[in-house]
Design a protein around this ligand. Structure first.
Ligand code: 0A1
Ligand code: ZN
Length: 881
């Protein structure tokens, strides 16, 4: 256990190390129970560091076997070793000296999956953020950059494959059935980017020639027999490599790029230099086992990790407070990549949905923190939607504010000025300032202030004077530790649409700076006058979601319908329809709680159906139009006193009405888009499948009973349709013979494929209603579940707690109590995953009082455990507030 338990680390306390590490020579003698790690490090005392300053290296659950200083065994008096640190006094007086540190670790017993561990018989590592210190004592922080050479020794039988970062070097036999391989990484890097893989894996090989003509061997390592399922990942990798050259001028810099898929992984994937390690869920795909969403995720994550080679590896972070420097920027890059590979507006809708579903609740609850936090007690808990997704939105806003050419100039300067550095957000912003002679002082607040800003807008049109008056006020809610906020620079894309649906050109705007179609909201209040507007326009605000904010604008439904029909920006058409639907769902929830009838807004219903039928729209867009806001969206909008059962009932009521009114249209779509021909994972085909499934989902409310869905499920020839129909069956007709039969057939067919079984677990965990808790408990007892595997835990427990509002928020609190028990059990094995799952309780204070009290009791039960990990302790304390 770490000794720095619960210690508050503060950004303001940052100071460089007293020593630098120039080179690291690692030798691993691999053994599941007793791996011996010999680390020779060449250190340099920084100028200004006094000779009597001790060297304190980080460790975590380490066991020191031997220590040499300048090749001489160290005297016991001159060092102190504990599992979490190695302090060396009486160092040589020379500026440069070497240490040789021998530690022993047990990869097979490493259940935290941080450091060196075993996954399905394969040795692998995860070192971000602080895993390297579980391998050897080191200055384990991102601003210590060293050149690594790694020698791996292992029994040839057990581990024919020996990989590490950089370029391959010498290999050979050692006798007694052992062999070795040496890897050298010429790029200085922080320890969190170190990686090692050893085992028996198959490889898929390809190549890429960079635009300056350098050949790169590409290798994806997977379990034997799964090679064919790595082809899509390889294709995505090659596309990402050329795209990064074209769009951002970034070329790859080693002769080999390797990806290894492992089945036990705490997160999605990891960008280790030259040797990315992936959760196999984000590598393996074929049409029988992967859905369209899986393909899209694989494409995005392969690209994300590859893009880190520049934004993260060549330029890394000075300290972990700067995590968004690499993550926000890299997410922005992968979003742009997917937008170019697929449909830009559909991708934007997906991004906004995700942001609102995960980041907005985080930003409005007890776990809210700035994109660049200023203190933390456990860094693992800061790999959040705020750092990643809002971090990406902040970069997007920078691009919007500056304009494409200026944004590119700033980014080019960043790449050239900071190549090889461990940089900060200030360094990043300075590049955009210097390249464009602008000041970004106010913009920088986006990194420092937590909470989703709110723009309150009112509009008045004076026909006589031909003036449109807009009053805009900005505010931001209080968040933990930040009661007051300063006004931020909010880039608000806007447009005015006339009665015929044409865009009104505006040239005469007072009260705010405008560039192109962007208003620069900077003050707390703006009184804006737009002149020369002949007729009353319909106002469209925050086009393409130019800023991650909430807008309070009492815009009439007529106007929203107008936008839903005529907005020229496709994303904004969806936004208008979605806003209307949300209003309808909120009204319906009120009706359910008041025990009155749900009165459908006819215009809304016909608007939804019109979008469904609109053949000029791409199918994916039509699917998005009928995919109404979810229960969580409604809850977020309501904000407090949430009764998930009422929301569920209301939403069902509205969907039933849409289904009945649009029965013919849904029938036509279901017929017209019935999949035929060979499956291909491209976005266009995926859009058609999404539309088909959306139609089936509606029809299942009226004319498509479970018995009719079963044959559709049985005849599906790809996983998208099969899992989609299975979910409709299980969720709409729970416990019917047809649903249970389909679930059983699915299990029988895929019982040997854990990634597919995850879908089976997830579908069941998200069956709405009280009864699901018992099912989850029963599934935990099945041989498909293992608390040791993070994917299984996320599929069953994570989907239940984060994706089943009625099942998880049972009024009797039984599911909260269940989760508390599980978190305590899981925490003892894998604190990082336990802490992450526990964040599903973050919005407990917005529940109605009875559920709220039950949730509090469960959180207190966790909190009262004496031996919680720092990870779970941190989340529990902050959640309880
Ligand atoms: N840097 C990775 C995310 C990551 C973070 C922590 C991990 O282990 C605790 C693993 C991966 C990324 O952004 O993809
Ligand atoms: Zn990342």
């Amino acid at each position: 256990m770490k000794t720095d338990t619960g210690q508050d680390v503060r950004l303001e306390d940052y100071r460089p190390t007293d020593f630098e590490i120039e080179t690291v020579d690692l030798t691993f003698r691999l053994d599941p129970a007793q791996t011996r790690v010999t680390s020779r490090i060449a250190l340099r005392r920084r100028s200004g560091t006094k000779a009597d300053v001790p060297l304190v290296l980080d460790g975590d659950e380490l066991n020191l076997v031997a220590l040499k200083i300048n090749d001489v065994a160290a005297d016991n008096e001159c060092f102190a070793a504990t599992p979490s640190s190695l302090e060396i006094r009486d160092l040589p007086e020379t500026e440069v000296f070497t240490l040789e540190i021998v530690t022993e670790i047990a990869p097979a017993e490493n259940t935290k999956l941080m450091g060196l561990y075993r996954s399905n018989g394969v040795y692998c590592t995860q070192c971000e953020a602080e895993g390297f210190r579980r391998i050897t004592y080191f200055l384990d922080r991102p601003d210590v950059l060293a050149v690594f050479t790694t020698c791996i020794e292992a029994p040839t039988n057990d581990a024919p494959l020996l990989l590490s970062n950089g370029n391959p070097g010498e290999t050979g036999e050692l006798g007694d059935g052992w062999h070795f391989a040496v890897w050298h990484d010429p790029h200085p890097k922080p320890s969190y980017l170190f990686a090692l893989v050893a085992g028996d894996l198959a490889v898929v090989r390809d190549w890429f020639v960079t635009r300056s003509g350098k050949p790169v061997v590409l290798e994806i390592y997977v379990e034997h027999g799964k090679q064919i399922r790595a082809n899509y990942a390889m294709d995505a990798l090659k596309r990402a490599m050329s795209w990064d050259e074209e769009r951002f001028g970034r070329e790859y810099d080693l002769s080999v790029f390797m990806i290894v898929a492992v089945s036990d992984f705490n997160m999605g994937a990891m960008e280790n230099k030259g040797l990315n390690i992936f959760n196999d869920k984000y590598v393996l795909a074929d049409s029988d086992t992967a859905t369209d969403a899986d393909y899209a995720n694989i494409e995005a994550i392969i690209a994300h990790e590859y893009f880190h080679n520049w934004t993260g590896n060549r330029i890394t972070c000075r300290d972990w407070f700067q995590l968004c420097l690499k993550e926000g920027l890299t997410v922005y890059r992968d979003h742009e990549f997917s937008a170019d590979m697929r449909s830009r507006p559909v991708k934007r809708i997906a991004e906004v949905r995700l942001l609102k579903a995960h980041q907005f609740p985080e930003d409005s609850g007890p776990l809210a923190h700035p994109v660049r936090p200023e203190h933390y007690s456990e860094i693992n808990n800061f790999y959040t939607a705020t750092v990643y997704e809002k971090g990406s939105e902040v970069v997007r806003m920078l691009a919007t504010i500056l304009g494409p050419t200026e944004f590119k100039a700033g980014l080019d300067l960043y790449f050239s000025r900071h190549d090889g550095d461990a940089a900060t957000i200030e360094d990043f912003l300075k590049c955009f300032e210097d390249a464009n002679q602008v000041k970004l002082t106010q913009f920088a607040l986006w990194y420092r202030q937590a909470g989703t800003p709110v723009l309150t807008v009112s509009a008045r049109f004076d026909g006589r004077a031909r003036k449109l008056m807009l009053d805009i006020e900005q505010s931001a809610p209080a968040t933990p530790g930040q009661p007051k906020k300063r006004p931020m620079h909010i880039p608000l894309r806007f447009g005015l649409i006339d009665a015929d649906g044409a865009e009104i050109k505006t040239s005469d705007i007072e009260g705010i700076d405008v560039t192109g179609d962007v208003m620069h909201v900077k003050r707390r209040a703006h009184k804006i006058v737009i002149s020369k507007v002949r007729k009353r326009p319909v106002i469209s605000l925050n086009r393409s979601f130019s800023a991650p904010i909430n807008i309070h604008f009492e815009q009439g439904t007529e106007d929203l319908f107008h936008l839903a029909r005529f907005e020229t920006d496709a994303y904004s058409r969806w936004q208008a329809l979605n806003e209307l639907a949300l209003r309808g769902l909120i009204a319906a929830t009120g009706a359910v709680r008041d025990d009155t009838d749900i009165v459908p807004d006819e215009a809304l219903v016909s608007g939804i159906i019109a979008s469904l039928e609109d053949g000029t729209l791409e199918p994916a867009m039509r699917a998005q139009a009928v995919l109404l806001p979810g229960e969580a969206d409604i809850a977020r909008e309501l904000g407090n006193n949430i009764d998930p059962d009422a929301i569920f009932e209301a939403r069902n009521g509205v969907l039933d009405i849409v289904a009945m009114t649009g029965a013919d249209a849904f029938d036509k779509v279901a017929d017209g888009f019935t999949p035929s021909g060979r499956y291909t994972p491209d976005a266009e085909s995926a859009g058609k499948r999404a539309l088909y499934l959306a139609a089936l989902d509606y029809l299942s409310r009226i004319s498509l009973p479970a018995d009719a869905l079963l044959p559709i499920f049985r005849s599906a020839d790809n996983m998208t349709i099969m899992a989609g129909v299975l979910a409709i069956l299980a969720h709409r007709f729970p416990e019917t013979a047809a649903a249970e039969t389909a679930l059983a057939e699915f299990e029988l067919r895929f019982r040997e494929n854990p990634l597919v079984i995850d879908k089976w677990l997830q579908i069941q965990a998200t069956i709405p209603g009280q009864a699901t808790l018992a099912r989850v408990k029963q599934l935990m007892g099945s041989n498909h579940f293992s608390i040791e595997n993070p994917n299984r835990v996320r599929a069953l427990i994570g989907s239940f707690s984060a994706g089943n509002p009625t099942g998880f928020n049972r009024a009797d609190g039984a599911a909260f109590a269940f989760l508390a028990g599980l978190i305590i059990e899981l925490d003892a094995r894998n604190p990082q995953v336990a802490a992450r799952i526990l964040t599903s309780m973050r919005s407990w204070k917005s529940l109605e009082p009875v559920r709220q009290e039950k949730a509090r009791t469960a959180l207190v039960a966790i909190s009262e455990q004496p031996s919680l990990s720092p990870d779970v302790r941190d989340i529990t304390d902050r959640t309880l507030g």
